[in-house]
Design a protein. Structure first.
Lengths: 299, 299
């Protein structure tokens, strides 16, 4: 089955202590769509300006991503620039130029309205809700978010969260949203906001799922070299949704495996700047690392 | 087989945001010995003053701990007092009264010199080395440490580390010792200091082993309620050594399982102040939680 992915499509200029890369392909929808494309057909919805490099369109296309929902409009593509500290858990934004993203109105082409799996990748929760208004009886809807929306659009976020099957956020966001330092307590409180499934991402420490079948503690692949963590969370949830869409059987049965694939794809993502590592990733490498993760965690 | 455990034996006064408990049984040797005692016979070596409560001697005895190596001398027992912040990853020391611990000279009774498993729980590395001088051809020696010794006794620590089979430390200590933010790089550098096995503890995120058979990513049990994390690391390594001493076969074969038991015992430790939870822990509860951890992490 297919996955519909809505989110941001951007150009990212990323600086680390070791290198600087201007105008990489970025944005939550880009990361999530490329990640999902390893497992199932993807329909991406986003907006870019006329300045959007042709090579990035070709990159989407080489991953078989359906671009019927990608609006290309006059103006400049959303441009984000950030710098990572030596401890890459910390970064600061140097520049945010919204460009055409400022007036983004995600409109689903008719062909995208009945897609069974819907990933509302990280964008303003009001836009995520607007997408939900347009879909018809999806099988499984997941929303991702970020601290920004907790800070400036909390009531929109709470409205959205009521309407989704799964909600994904990171550990500090979970603590902020619930005012709970204990993750299990935080999970319990987030379920009360609506979602049947909650996934808390913990960066290099993996992730934790809470759902009707209880908890799953999902490991992270230990990285030899962290080059650029940008988009790791987006690729995690993108790959997870791609796997779910590809797997026969119930969500409950497939979700653990899907998260492990998400974890593995996110680990590859961190090995290169932007999407450069995923752009040359093979299915054999993915399967190899899933097996390796199984060996690393078996007891 | 038996485990010889050398470390501190103390009285801990612990304050959290919710409660205050004076003069609990504490110290690295107390925590590690009680933890190990669930799996194998333990010989504990330490020192306490004449003020040491009789009930704590009975607690050791009720766990079958051999106290031939526990010196009871005139003076006051080591007393530590600390306070945890709301985020229990942070604590501050309110008071340290070394008492009889200041002149502690660990002397092994003749019966303790051929014990096959030796755990040098957290004390000054010079004392840990002094214990190693007294043992005869142990099968497996592990040392635990803390940031204090990295700061004030680094050269002693480096001398010790050359002589042990396994070295256990937490993630921030590993980063400090190696000036490496990447854990795999840090592990590689610590192996170069001598130990064949290195375990990095990551608190609520589990632990990671590096040894001749490669890596093992060991999960932590997700805690419903964190009451007091004091001694969690000591109980982890104590239980690990107890399991290794109890299991037939090679260290390489048994180490993963032993770490999982360590993780589970540490999780119980955090559910009560000091050793209060472990004091009433049953083997059935331990086995139940190991099974649960297996279920929580299976994919």
């Amino acid at each position: 089955m297919s996955v519909l992915i809505v989110g941001s499509t951007a150009l990212d200029s990323i600086k680390t202590q070791k290198a600087e890369n201007p105008r990489l392909l970025g944005g939550s929808a880009s990361y999530a769509s490329v990640a999902a494309s390893f497992f199932s057909p993807v329909q991406m919805v986003g907006v870019v300006g006329k300045d959007f490099p042709r090579r990035y369109i070709r990159l989407y296309e080489s991953h078989g991503i359906d671009l019927a929902g990608l609006q290309i409009v006059p103006g400049k593509t959303f441009h984000w620039s950030g710098e990572y500290e030596a401890d890459m858990n910390h970064r600061r934004t140097l520049l945010t130029e919204l460009g055409v993203f400022e007036t983004f109105n995600p409109v689903l082409p008719p062909t995208h309205r009945k897609t069974p799996f819907v990933l509302l990748a990280n964008i303003a929760p009001s836009l995520q809700s607007h997408v939900l208004d347009q879909v018809q009886r999806p099988k499984f809807v997941v929303a991702d978010s970020m601290d920004l929306w907790l800070n400036i659009a909390l009531s929109d976020l709470l409205k959205l969260v009521k309407r989704v099957d799964g909600f994904v956020l990171n550990d500090s966001e979970a603590r902020q949203l619930t005012a709970e330092s204990n993750l299990l307590e935080a999970l319990r409180k987030i379920h009360r906001l609506g979602p049947k499934y909650v996934v808390i991402k913990q960066g290099s420490h993996g992730s934790i799922l809470s759902g009707p079948k209880g908890l799953f503690v999902c490991p992270a692949y230990p990285l030899k070299k962290l080059v650029d963590p940008t988009g790791a969370g987006d690729t995690f949830v993108g790959a997870m949704m791609g796997c779910l869409a590809a797997a026969p059987g119930s969500i409950d049965r497939n979700l653990r495996q899907a998260m492990v694939y998400g974890s593995v794809i996110a680990s590859f993502c961190c090995e290169g700047f932007g999407l450069t590592r995923l752009a040359r990733l093979t299915r054999a490498e993915i399967e190899g690392r899933v097996k390796e993760l199984r060996r690393l965690t078996a007891f």
